[in-house]
Design a protein around this ligand. Structure first.
Ligand SMILES: Nc1nc2c(c(=O)[nH]1)N[C@H]1C(S)=C(S)[C@@H](COP(=O)(O)OP(=O)(O)OC[C@H]3O[C@@H](n4cnc5c(=O)[nH]c(N)nc54)[C@H](O)[C@@H]3O)O[C@H]1N2
Ligand SMILES: Nc1nc2c(c(=O)[nH]1)N[C@H]1C(S)=C(S)[C@@H](COP(=O)(O)OP(=O)(O)OC[C@H]3O[C@@H](n4cnc5c(=O)[nH]c(N)nc54)[C@H](O)[C@@H]3O)O[C@H]1N2
Ligand SMILES: [Mo]
Length: 858
């Protein structure tokens, strides 16, 4: 506050006050760097001009927004967002969110990892392994760290083999591949059961999105959203795009256990539905459609589309060689199993009253223009491999596929609200891909178990081969990208795995969970410290960002570390990295394309001159494009201007609807949309995790609503009577930004509990709540709300674990402490299927996250 007094006292103009106070926050977060504040203020006073530079906002939040940093002598004084053109609904600006605007708090945070560090009690072979996660840290030189790591990799390979080396798939993994190979991991991560299923049933989203473009959506009468929250989880324009759809007259219906901010914004009619019961609910919808459809008086079903474009809907349309009784319609009607999947049946499971299920079915009326949209959250669940197939079936039954104003598909992440292929794209960096000679690979749901137990179910690296039990003996865990220990299934098991092996190494910008449980942490640069790069996601624009500041402290890039390790392992690094970072960046620029106004042909985006190439000092050829290199770099963005009636529109599945014989679906066996898919059923059942049918059915999930009962018939609740879901939260992009104080203060990361459940449990707002699942225990502060349906708890995704070693209770609210390593179906990470108990915590109350000390280790 002295500082504020000083500048107000000095009667500075408002402009310099804002500049100086921003400088204060930017530099005060650098521990012991008070001097740079004085310098920045002095620079301002001396009239030193800064420069606006396009800054990376590179996290996996689904948004791709323009972020600009005002840099004076390497210090970021302030940030702003897109002002490159006036904002309009058709041609919107790409405005940054709260996280993007706090980005400098992260890059210049006092808790950056500054130097290579070693765990005090580490020794070759592991030392006191149980101290991982709680040991002290010792600063070491880069040479010491790299020599020790390379030495251990050589020893492990000599004593065992390459099948003992586990790594995440970043640049060091390329070096390990050249060194004879390593064991990677794979999983369904974001898409859940939309990962494998859509392809083989003929529903693979065209160009990564099975919905029409955003301008066409304005033609809809009704938009039905199953688990969508773009206001939180699709930064950038999607929520704004939906608002235009509303302004154009559409009504919104939301099917979700949580009335989230998106639904609030759109004034959606809420149908609260229990997690992991969308299959049951949609079967009830299908039953109602069949029950109420009358071709003359009440035509609800598009029989023509079903007949022409699909397979397996009824006995007449079953594929050859199958039992006609196994068709979808007879399953729904209960013809052979005696269980009609009617609205009453669906209500018991989903919690949606029968009349609301019928209302939902009627809202899908084929004669209205309807968008049936789903996110991936409902399929990030166990035992729902058929859910994408059921959405397709509902879309086919109601005919909301392949026509303007009609759509049924995914709206999520960067492609939310706006289907169609990318209109603009960066080129490839032209680094060679390196083949990994080891064919072992862990599915995410069982990787920690595999390391602890020494055996796992091999199905190939996302190949869906027939499962085969294999022995494995992992000695090294190398984290060269991602946040696996924090972000994958079953963290309790994960910590056990990290305490078992000989060596754990993490690259990190902060003491993240991966880093905390490591022996060596190697500090890496952020995108603000690199030469530059591209951000894509939104189909209408790309961002080209540039370096903001020099590498902080002793930070190096992942690639530099990989090259240094390669040298120590006797590998020629040029095999993996034959060109430097600048040439890689230039290749992306030169290869960037945009779509011609004809809406079809792809043309070079950037005009490059001989002088540009000389200035950059790179290999390349001049070319003619739509924007000059210098202008592009200065602006930082290339956006296609859209208007109604242009050639950039998109109607998903149109060609297939109009002429299925000429336009068969690419990967389905029959070329049709397969409501009965033998390939789907056989492939998933062969993996060996759990059983499904070739048609969409409801399967009680391992940890779904049914599992909250010890006696389902008698409706007697069991030890874990609540369902938990993990909303993707505004404080973070997954685990990223969890350490940023501004964001901690703004978004406190509580546990959301319905007021009714809270009342029954004697919980009040602000109470510390202990959540217990079969897999672990975590604490959070209660936030009571009527926006969560009773029986469902919302624990935000991505909070960093903070384990109290004495009690074994996590005080950080880490979602994957509750979520276990449960494998079903296609090896789905089923995070939104988790059951737990909750009670008021008898121990000390939690303090707010923002009051916790930052993890500053040196
Ligand atoms: N329980 C539960 N778990 C979930 C989910 C859920 O809903 N519930 N959601 C899942 C989903 S959808 C996803 S996509 C995953 C995300 O899982 P991850 O991709 O593992 O999560 P991020 O937090 O994005 O991890 C990025 C990490 O990379 C670091 N990083 C950033 N830049 C660099 C760099 O240049 N080099 C290196 N080496 N590191 C860098 C960041 O600090 C961060 O630690 O999480 C999944 N996990
Ligand atoms: N701020 C922020 N944004 C992000 C991310 C982040 O971590 N933070 N992560 C990004 C990534 S990689 C991804 S994959 C996306 C994920 O984006 P989403 O999948 O859209 O995110 P969620 O918040 O998990 O879920 C959206 C809605 O689905 C509901 N839901 C959960 N389970 C069910 C269910 O079984 N049935 C139904 N009908 N609804 C259900 C939730 O209550 C929520 O309202 O978000 C991206 N955007
Ligand atoms: Mo994701």
């Amino acid at each position: 506050m002295d500082f504020i007094d000083k500048i107000t006292g000095a009667k500075l103009s408002r402009r310099s006050f804002i500049l100086a106070s921003a400088a204060a926050t930017a530099s005060l977060s650098l521990a012991g760097c008070g001097s740079s504040l004085t310098q920045a203020t002095a620079d301002q006073a001396a009239g030193k001009e800064g420069k606006w530079i396009t800054a990376a906002c590179w996290h996996n939040c689904g948004g791709r927004c323009l972020n600009k940093a005002y840099v004076v002598d390497g210090v970021v004084i302030r940030q702003k967002t897109d002002d490159t053109h006036p904002d309009s609904p058709d041609y919107p600006q790409q405005r940054a969110c709260v996280r993007g605007r706090a980005q400098r708090q992260q890059v210049f945070g006092a808790d950056r990892l500054k130097y290579p560090m070693k765990r005090k009690n580490w020794e070759p072979g592991g030392g006191k392994k149980e101290l991982r996660g709680q040991d002290e840290w010792v600063r070491v030189s880069w040479d010491e760290a790299l020599d020790a790591i390379a030495g251990e990799i050589k020893r492990i390979k000599a004593e065992k083999d390459n099948r003992s080396l586990f790594a995440d798939g970043g640049p060091v993994s390329k070096v390990l591949a050249l060194y004879g190979g390593y064991v990677p991991h794979w999983g369904t991560t974001s898409r859940g059961n939309w990962t494998y299923t859509p392809d083989v049933i003929g529903y693979s989203p065209e160009s990564n999105s099975g919905i029409n473009d955003r301008l066409d959506m304005r033609n809809c009468d009704t938009v039905i959203m199953f688990g969508l929250n773009p206001a939180w989880s699709s930064a950038g324009n999607p929520a704004y795009n939906f608002l235009q759809v509303k302004k154009a007259g559409a009504e919104f219906i939301a099917v979700d256990p949580y009335y989230n901010d998106t639904y609030g914004l759109l004034e959606a009619d809420w149908i609260p539905c229990r997690p992991v019961t969308d299959t049951a609910l949609l079967l009830g919808v299908a039953y109602t459609l069949l029950e109420e459809d009358d071709p003359v008086h009440n035509p609800l079903i598009d029989w023509e589309f079903l007949k022409k474009n699909t397979l397996g809907f009824d006995a007449e349309s079953m594929p050859e060689g199958t039992n006609p009784q196994d068709n979808f319609k007879d399953y729904v009607l209960g013809t052979y199993d005696g269980i009609p999947k009617n609205a009453e049946w669906a209500a018991e499971i989903s919690g949606v009253a029968p009349d609301r299920i019928r209302y939902l079915a009627r809202a899908m009326n084929k004669n209205k223009k309807v968008a049936i949209l789903t996110g991936w959250a409902s399929a990030r669940t166990q035992n729902t491999d058929n859910l994408p197939q059921l959405f397709m079936t509902i879309g086919a039954m109601t005919g909301h596929l392949g026509k303007s104003g009609h759509m049924c598909g995914i709206s999520c992440h960067s492609r939310s609200s706006n289907g169609g292929d990318m209109l603009v794209k960066p080129g490839s960096n032209k680094l060679p891909s390196i083949k990994n000679p080891v064919d072992d690979s862990f599915n995410d749901t069982e990787m920690w178990r595999a390391i602890v137990d020494g055996k796992y179910n091999w199905t190939g690296h996302q190949k869906y081969y027939k499962g085969e039990t294999r022995d494995i003996d992992i000695r090294l865990i190398y984290h060269d990208s991602g946040a696996a220990l924090q972000s994958r299934d079953g963290m309790t098991k994960g910590i056990e795995a990290h305490r078992k092996v000989d060596l754990v190494v993490s690259h990190g910008q902060f003491l993240t969970t991966n880093a905390k449980y490591s022996d060596f942490v190697l500090p890496v640069t952020t995108e603000w410290e690199k030469i530059g790069g591209f951000l894509t996601g939104n189909r209408e624009m790309v961002i080209m960002y540039s370096q903001i500041t020099e590498p902080m402290y002793e930070c190096q890039s992942d690639e530099w570390i990989a090259i240094e390790l390669a040298k120590r392992l006797g590998i020629d690094p040029d095999q993996a990295f034959p060109i430097d970072a600048k040439q890689q960046f230039f290749n992306q620029i030169a290869g960037a394309t945009t779509t011609h106004e004809d809406g079809i042909s792809k043309i070079p985006m950037v005009t490059i001159t001989e002088a540009d190439i000389a200035e950059w000092g790179v290999q390349g050829k001049p070319q003619e494009g739509r924007i000059g290199l210098k202008e592009f770099q200065e602006k930082g963005i290339f956006q296609v201007e859209r208007k109604p009636g242009d050639n950039y529109g998109f109607i998903a599945f149109k060609e297939f609807r109009d002429d299925p014989a000429a336009n068969p679906r690419p990967n389905s066996a029959s070329g049709k949309m397969e409501i009965y898919s033998q390939v789907l059923g056989d492939t998933i059942n062969n993996l060996g995790y759990s059983e499904i049918k070739p048609i969409p059915t409801h399967i009680p999930p391992v940890e779904g609503y049914e599992a909250t009962f010890k006696d389902w018939q008698g409706k007697i609740k069991g030890d874990y009577p609540y369902q938990v879901i993990n909303p993707h939260y505004l404080r973070r992009s997954h685990t990223v930004f969890d350490n940023v104080q501004w964001l901690r203060e703004t978004w406190p990361n509580p546990v959301y509990i319905s007021t009714q459940d809270a009342k029954e449990k004697g919980l009040a707002d602000g109470d510390t709540v202990l959540l217990t699942s079969q897999h672990g225990k975590t604490l959070r502060t209660a936030c009571l709300t009527d926006r969560f349906m009773p029986g469902v708890i919302g624990l935000p995704h991505g909070s960093w674990v903070d384990m109290d070693e004495k009690t074994g209770i996590d005080t950080g609210g880490a979602d994957n402490i509750l979520c276990g390593p449960v494998s079903t179906g296609q090896g789905v990470s089923g995070w939104n299927s988790c059951v737990c108990n909750m009670e008021k915590y008898a121990g000390a109350s939690l303090i707010a996250d923002v009051q916790k000390p930052q993890r500053i280790i040196l």
